[in-house]
Design a protein around this ligand. Structure first.
Ligand code: UD1
Ligand code: CA
Length: 480
């Protein structure tokens, strides 16, 4: 009896150990991601590869590569073909392996080209260069389904499944095979569960099943999808996972699909911002091409574009049609309509625009004002200073409480080099002045309207550089 109990206990321990060992091994497996990007994308009618088209400012392929890296793929393997050189150059990263598929003989053939690059003892995920919105979490869940006797398949139910491979399940609801649209029977065409193309399995499974795939089908292509049927007949199970949003598996084949995906993507970004408290006048007229963070109570009017990395403080108010690139805009700033701000830092409680252009390396200090038709480049506008109308300020430092009159120009370029203008605190520059750099207008100075200033103006002086007015009496108007 005791012997029997001990023997049973031993069995239990053994199986627990085995399971531990198995799950430990699986946890320790490398993650490899293969990204198929060899196709031309004929329906784009573009000279460049389809995967280089941009979604929200970033190429479709770069998005997928970044996702693959976030999933834990040490070096994603990108299968290139059409415009291979251009694609490699575009990614120019050391952390990518490229393999070239010379002829596009089908998705299974594309994967087989990548096989020699796969590390042994790995879980392999197949992604697509033209399906850019797949989420890291979805892929992780898919990977978690992979074991030595199971492969993972990402499927989705859609109302109009035209064009997709259909998922055929047996009586027990287990996936049996994938049938491509062109090979499907009328009954199969009515199936709404479709193949997203995304699949995860071990390198051992992939290496044993891939060579068994042939091209006996309507398109005479080596279909990766055939791997499902082969897996089933080798005794493997197929576990399916679905994405949390449809956008994750939407592919891009033409410009219409690209723009639809762009709008869906932008809507999601707008909703995320609204969820964290930003007011957006119309989420359908909002574009974020990069990252954007916003503090409390910001307002963004219609048709604003945010490119690169932008940070808004709280209570920032942005009027319509502004383009904001890689900039920081602090609390309480108001950006009036049709302004462009690039690589600049706009401090608290400032007003910019309408129709202002801040070029790179501009700092607008607290409470300052930059008005309409003003261009500023590589300059600092000091605390409380005003450049309200029609001016060009380049390579200049303005201290606090400066007033720059309408039509003022800093002549920073002599045809060869750039020179600096510095303007001290409380300086007043009369309208239509020309400040020829390098020049220093010191604290409290005053420049008469219409001056051309070529030498420094000392503290609290009036600088006037214009011809003296003559009044000619009894002036006769020209006769016609
Ligand atoms: C594929 C799936 C289909 C699925 C659909 C989802 C196959 C056979 N079919 O169909 O079940 O519903 O995706 O979008 O897999 N590619 C290469 N080399 C090749 C062939 C393709 O790199 O030789 C790349 C393409 O550039 C493309 C991707 O693989 O990015 C998919 O190929 P495509 O021919 O468009 O397959 P679908 O007909 O969309
Ligand atoms: Ca496709």
């Amino acid at each position: 009896m005791l012997f029997l109990i001990l023997w049973r206990l031993d069995l239990v321990f053994n199986s627990v150990n085995l399971r531990r060992q198995n799950s430990k091994d699986l946890e320790n497996m490398n993650i490899e991601v293969v990204i198929l990007a060899a196709g031309k994308g004929s329906r784009m009618y573009s000279a460049s590869s389809k995967v280089l088209q941009k979604l929200a400012g970033i190429s479709l392929l770069s998005r997928v590569v970044k996702t693959a890296q976030s999933v834990g793929a040490r070096k994603p393997i990108v299968v290139t073909g059409y415009q291979a050189k251009q694609v490699e150059k575009h990614l120019h990263s050391e952390n990518i392996s490229f393999v070239k598929q010379k002829e596009q003989l089908g998705t299974a053939h594309a994967v087989s080209v990548a096989v020699p690059k796969l590390k042994t003892n790995s879980k392999v995920v197949i992604l697509y260069g033209d399906v850019p919105c797949i989420e890291v979490e979805t892929i992780k869940v898919l990977i978690s389904k992979v074991s030595s006797d199971t492969i993972g398949l990402l499927t989705v139910n859609i109302d109009s499944p035209e064009g997709y491979g259909r998922i055929v399940r047996d009586r027990n609801n287990s996936v049996q095979e994938i049938v491509e649209q062109k090979d499907a029977s009328p009954d199969q065409l009515r199936i709404n569960e479709v193949n997203t193309g995304v699949i995860a399995l071990t390198d051992t499974q992939l290496k044993s099943l891939l060579p068994k795939i042939n091209n006996q089908n309507a398109q005479k292509e080596y279909y990766l999808t055939d791997i499902i049927k082969l897996a089933r007949s080798s005794g493997l199970a197929v576990k399916t996972v679905s994405p949390s949003q449809l956008i994750e598996v939407q592919g891009v084949n033409d410009k219409k699909q690209l723009s639809n995906l762009e709008r869906s993507y932008q809507l999601i970004q707008a909703q995320n911002l609204m969820d964290s408290g930003t007011t957006i006048a119309d989420p359908n007229r909002f574009d974020q091409r990069g990252t954007l963070s916003a503090g409390a109570d910001c307002f963004i009017d219609i048709n604003c574009i945010f490119e690169g990395e932008n940070v808004l403080g709280s209570e920032v108010h942005i009027e319509s049609n502004c383009l904001i690139i890689d900039s920081k805009i602090a609390d309480g700033a108001r950006i009036k309509a049709n302004s462009i701000i690039e690589k600049s830092h706009v401090h608290e409680n400032t007003t910019i625009g309408p129709y202002a252009r801040l070029r790179p390396d501009t700092k607008v200090m607290p409470n300052a004002k930059v008005g309409n038709f003003v261009e500023i480049k590589n300059s600092m506008i000091g605390d409380g200073s005003k450049v309200n109308h029609l001016a060009y300020v380049g390579d200049a430092i303005l201290e606090r409480d400066v007033n720059i009159g309408a039509g003022t120009i800093t002549c920073n370029y002599d045809g060869t080099s750039k020179h600096k203008t510095s303007i001290g605190a409380n300086v007043f520059i009369g309208s239509n002045s020309t400040l020829v750099a390098p020049v220093h207008i010191k604290d409290g100075a005053f420049v008469g309207a219409g001056s051309t200033i070529t030498t420094d103006v000392p503290n609290n002086c009036l600088g006037i550089g214009r011809s003296k007015q003559k009044n000619i009496e009894n002036w006769q108007r020209p006769k016609t």
